[in-house]
Write a protein that binds this ligand. Sequence first.
Ligand SMILES: [Zn+2]
Ligand SMILES: [Zn+2]
Length: 171
Amino acid sequence: MVKITLSQAILISIWVCIFSFVCSVGSDVFDHAPQDLCEFCAISNRTSRTRLLYENETTNIIAFRSKDPDCKKHYLITPHLHIKNYFSPEATCDLIHELQRVCNEMLDEEGIKYKRRILFHIPPFYSVTHLHLHCMACTNDDESFLSSQYYINKFMDFASPDIEDKCPHTV
Ligand SMILES: [Zn+2]
Ligand SMILES: [Zn+2]
């Protein structure tokens, strides 16, 4: 019989954890498309069939439905400009606040009473390297899914507390 010491068992567990983590977020981490292949640029440039739910020609902000919704309502709100992520210098607080404002306006207009989750990704964990706000309204069922370990692993990249650090007094 092969004997495994406690330290070997711990080491194996750590590797299993690392492996499952990489599998769960790997596609997000490594999928950094160059700008000409960016799927959100394609949506913004109308070369994609995704229907826009919101469009403002002054602020150049658009919104559309998430193709992989995690809540009853799950919109993505993004600037036309290909800004890499939340920490890019082009992601000004004015822009961050405007993205949040559009999200709340859309949910307000629909009279949505569910719990709102308004979140950015923390680099390097993101699905698309084009700044976008996840604008979600979640039912109680959604909430139990969101508190599951699966979801926490999948979305440990979300950055809601850091919004306050970068841009205080956000909505
Ligand atoms: Zn882009
Ligand atoms: Zn995302």
